[in-house]
Design a protein around this ligand. Sequence first.
Ligand code: CMX
Length: 136
Amino acid sequence: MNPSHIEHIGIAVNSLKEAINYFEKVIGLKCYNIEEIPDQKVRTAFFMVGQTKIELLESTDPEGPVGKFIEKKGEGIHHIAFAVENLEKQLKHAEENGVRLIDTNPRKGAEGLYIAFLHPKSTFGVLTELCEDRNK
Ligand code: CMX
């Protein structure tokens, strides 16, 4: 797939407000965007570290993916996202190599990126996201 970098690391949190406060006051990063993604049932907050973002995820619905994750495992790292080109081709490549796809087609995610998830049961327990920036 030749990812160019880690696009972001997603962290599931109970309270966006409290987690933003920690990342700003203690780590010293600036939150530059807060965005609600209704179809993912999350509110997100973004910080930049070099080329990589930290994406905080607060659930807006206990039945959503992040709500269920926190219920089962508690707060913590939820997923890792790689920046790739030609997302359709990368999904085909993953599938041909026996990886279970959550999204068979790219869809619009946060910050206008095209995204698709690979199932953690076929990626060594790590929910994996592929992201393509088509505005580059
Ligand atoms: N990382 C690792 N394992 C995970 C996981 C995660 N983030 N989320 C769920 N799992 C595991 C569960 O622990 C469970 O394992 P066991 O069967 O061993 O108990 C298994 O996957 C099934 O979990 P579940 O709670 O029954 O949840 P579902 O199968 O309904 O959904 C998943 C799991 C990954 C398919 C779903 O969360 C999903 O589609 N995620 C992709 C979308 C997403 O996460 N969106 C939020 C972020 C949006 C954004 O960044 O923009």
